[in-house]
Design a protein around this ligand. Sequence first.
Ligand SMILES: C[S@@+](CC[C@H](N)C(=O)[O-])C[C@H]1O[C@@H](n2cnc3c(N)ncnc32)[C@H](O)[C@@H]1O
Length: 320
Amino acid sequence: MAVDFFPKQKITKVVKILIEHIPVLPEEVIKYLCPQKDGIYIDATLGGGGHASLIASHFGKNGKIFGIDQDVEALKKAKAKLDKYGDRISYIPDNFRNLAQIILQFSIKEVDGILFDLGVSTEQLKSPERGFSFSEKFNTPLDMRMDFSQKLTAYDVVNEYPEEKIREILYKLGEEPYAKKIAKRIVLKRKIKPIKTTGDLLGVIRESTPPKYRFSRKGHYASKVFRAIRMEVNQELPALEEVIPKAVDILKKGGRLVIISFHSLEDRIVKRTFKEMSLSKENKKPLVRLLTKKPIMASPSEIEKNPKADSAKLRAVEKL
Ligand SMILES: C[S@@+](CC[C@H](N)C(=O)[O-])C[C@H]1O[C@@H](n2cnc3c(N)ncnc32)[C@H](O)[C@@H]1O
């Protein structure tokens, strides 16, 4: 008799765990956001709705979440997951840069808390057609847009930016030690024919880096280049820089702002902006109180279950 080692249900569960986004620092988000039963919250990076579902589980009848995401696919999935909360959750397809205008549309002046969980979700990374994945298994067009309506794609960055700009992006956003060689080779190759796919870009990176570097480093050899291009395509640092003061502006007195970042430059922006806002300047009172002097990081047991949490840093402030 044939033995069914891998029942269908079990396989589906394993695949779901691999693809579904697991919210990082779940307990810490709740601790610092401190959701109130009838509070109004903004999840500025709704993604798969993991954190929103945790926040909503603390709600009474009148709790409300405005869920923003610039990725309409993410919003669809979040809506399916959070359906039971009905109109207590709104799904807003927009860039969080437009926070002030978004809130005005709903005639809301102040909120009790705002969460940002930056970067991309596991669903985005694992959907090959989005072009975020550096896995050799896929070979898809260079896209990397979170917002499908945006014009700039990874193809444009790779095929149209000048060499110096590509080098700077790879150095700065990717911290890629072979930035110079990779940028040079990109420009050389694209003169022959356009670099169209993730596979084409992987080929260029392979040709520009020594085997020792590719095989000895922690993580995939192309992860830094792909992350840098993704951050440029989606203008991730400028959006973050722009939104923090806007977020503090619409918080109620005693309201909380929680930001989870995954990149040293993002964390630097959050740290610096929070610090500046917590100091009194030219007879002006401080705007916020720091709730985290140092960033909160995931425990080894969380990292074991969710490796993405390894680079997560959470910082939080309370509006004064
Ligand atoms: C790390 S995921 C969030 C996951 C979510 N917290 C959860 O638990 O499922 C980040 C999400 O933020 C979105 N995002 C990133 N930058 C954005 C921006 N500037 N405006 C709106 N959405 C953004 C991405 O599309 C992605 O879905």
